[in-house]
Each structure stands twice: as C-alpha cells, then as structure tokens.
Design a protein. Structure first.
Ligand SMILES: NC(=O)C[C@H](N)C(=O)O
Length: 337
C-alpha cells in the first residue's frame, strides 16, 4: 500500500465559519477523517505546515513547503498539499521550480467549500488527490481539482465560486479522474531520468504592471527603484504604448541599464504573446532584447522569475533559464531566445 504525506496549509477546505467569516482551522488529520475510503488504497500521515488563507501566501512559505518535502522525500511514495484556491496556481508553479524531476507525485488540492459542509467539493478533491498521489504513473507537481489533473505550471483559477475553478492554460490536462479511475492523457513518467532536485532560494522582488489605455510609464520608473524584475501584462499578442505622454521606451531603457529584468506577457489568458507581430511590440523588444512569456501563465512567469533570480542576477543566464522548459511551462521557446 502506498505511503503518503499530507501537508496542511489551510485554505477553504480547512475552514470553519466564525464571527468574521471563514477561517482555516481544521488540521490535516481532521481533513483525513472526512475521506475514510482513502484507507482502502493508501496510508497517510500528516504534517501541519501552515494554517492560513492562501491570500497570505508568500515566497517564504513556498521555501518552507519545499523544505518539508525535501526532509520527508525518502520516507513517502507521494505528497498531497492541501491549500487555498486563491493562490494555488502560484504555489503549484513555485513548487514546480523549487522541486524538479520528482519521480514521486506532489499533488496540490483544495476546495471551493469547507470540508465540513453537507454539500462540498472538498471530499471529492481530497479523495481524488490521494488516489492520484497513490498511483504508479503519477509524478512531479500537479494540481488535482474537480476531477482534472493539471501540470503545476499550467493552472489558473478562472472561476471564483464554481467547483470547476481551475483551468489548464495553453496545455492539455494531464489526466482526468472519474470515480476510482484515472485516465492519463499525458503519461510521461519514465521520460525524466534525472534525480529529484530541491532549490532553496527565491527572490520575492518581482513586480507586475498591468497596462490600461492611457497609462504612462511613471509607475515603471518607480518600480525600477524597488524591484529586481517587472512583468508587464500588455494587450493582445503584446506591445507597449508609443503615445507621447507614455515614454515607455526610456523607462525600459532605465530598467535594462540598471541590470534589471523586464518580461513581457499579455493580459489575454488564452494563446499567449508574440511581440514580433506588431510594430508596437517588435521594435521595443528588439531594441532591448526583452524576455517574453509566450504561452506561459502569469503564475508560472512570476514564480519562475523569483526562482531564477534566487539563483542568479546575470542577465544572459536569466534569459537562458527562463526559456528552459520546466514541468511543461513553456512550449514556444524553441529557437526564440
Ligand atoms: N477556496 C479557497 O480556498 C479560497 C480561500 N480564500 C483561500 O484561498 O485560502
């Protein structure tokens, strides 16, 4: 029988209703008591790493989770992290970078409703996650939610209330779970022959600027004083305004001359960016050799930068690491550096 470790971090799945709304209070052991059927296929031990609403999730918590995984890695066959849904996609991406080449499954799950309600998605999600973590063909970091298995770098919370809250962006689901059956769409466990590797550094000085029409670049100048990297969420396939009041050209020049990192992405969720299409994108990208996210999610882009900048600040190395595919995070990178 598979031996699993459940890591409790809080989130709605572990919430109880109090005077000020839902608060995470249940422990991992209490969560397990709601899924007695799990005993049929796995033995589970628990560790309470945190008990927070995932709104409060921070890179220091990701490092802590990676540390707990590293300390326990040899003693278990798989891991299930119970987590709030709000920042789950960030945590799943962060864990994809902090724990690479894991032949053991590291499954992240949660729920839209607390596990102690009569009507809830929590019990199904937890049971599915344990089932997936106990399966022979599962590996690496994934999200299991509403019967879908999503690569850790491809998840996004697209619905704030419904049970089908998570989508896999620009990438197929890895598998679906229907009752006790797991149907694998991507079955690639045996392709990764490298040994598991844990990382211990992240740079949280990564910022995000979302463009709206009329915006000028003064915010970007301010951010340059305070951050090591900025992700700019532009429009469509990507570009930067060239109207007179918005001098993005000299703001980007400032970032680059300070040796800091600018990554271009798009605020359109599906299909990603391609800055070479329009003059508003191509000119500025070529002038400064800007890095571009292409088909990556914002969650993966942000956490990948935090992970890379924790290892190096060298611009060429940052670019090289950014375009390297990790846990299916980018497909558009070949020959486009
Ligand atoms: N459904 C949830 O888990 C939402 C909650 N606010 C959290 O992210 O912790």
């Amino acid at each position: 029988m598979k031996h699993l470790l459940l890591l409790g971090t809080g989130g709605t799945i572990a919430c109880k209703r109090g005077e000020n709304g839902l608060t995470p209070l249940l422990t991992g052991d209490e969560l397990l008591s709601y899924v007695p059927d799990a005993k049929k296929f796995c033995e589970v031990e628990t560790v309470q790493v945190l008990n927070i609403d995932s709104t409060n999730m921070h890179p220091k918590h990701w490092l802590k989770l990676a540390q707990v995984l590293e300390e326990n890695y040899d003693d278990y066959d798989g891991f299930v992290i119970c987590h709030g849904t709000d920042t789950m996609a960030y945590t799943a991406a962060a864990m994809s970078y902090l724990v690479q080449h894991s032949s053991k499954p590291i499954v992240i799950t949660g729920a839209q409703k607390p596990i102690d309600l009569d009507v809830t998605d929590a019990r199904t999600n937890l049971l599915d996650s344990l089932r997936f973590a106990a399966s022979e063909r599962a590996h690496g970091v994934t999200i299991v939610f509403d019967g879908k298995v999503i690569a850790g770098t491809r998840g996004k919370k697209e619905r704030s209330k419904s049970y089908n809250a998570f989508s896999s962006i620009n990438f197929p689901y890895l598998a679906v779970i229907q009752d006790e059956h797991i149907l694998y769409y991507i079955d690639d466990k045996w392709q990764d022959r490298e040994s598991v590797r844990f990382y211990h550094e992240m740079d949280s000085q990564v910022s995000l600027l979302k463009l709206i029409p009329s915006m000028d670049s003064s915010l970007l100048d301010y951010m340059a004083e305070h951050y090591d990297a900025v992700v700019i969420e532009s429009f469509g396939v990507g570009g930067l305004p060239s109207y007179e009041s918005g001098d993005f050209y000299s703001s980007i020049e400032k970032w680059i001359s300070m040796g800091k990192v600018v990554v271009m992405t798009t605020q359109v969720t599906q299909e990603g960016s391609n800055m070479s299409v329009y003059e508003v994108g191509q000119k500025i990208k070529n002038a400064f050799g800007l890095i571009e996210s292409y088909d990556m999610t914002l969650e993966a882009t942000v956490t990948k930068l935090m992970w890379i900048l924790g290892q190096t600040k060298d611009h060429d190395k940052v670019r090289e690491m950014f375009y390297e595919t990790i846990n299916h995070d980018i497909l558009w990178n070949t020959g486009r550096r």
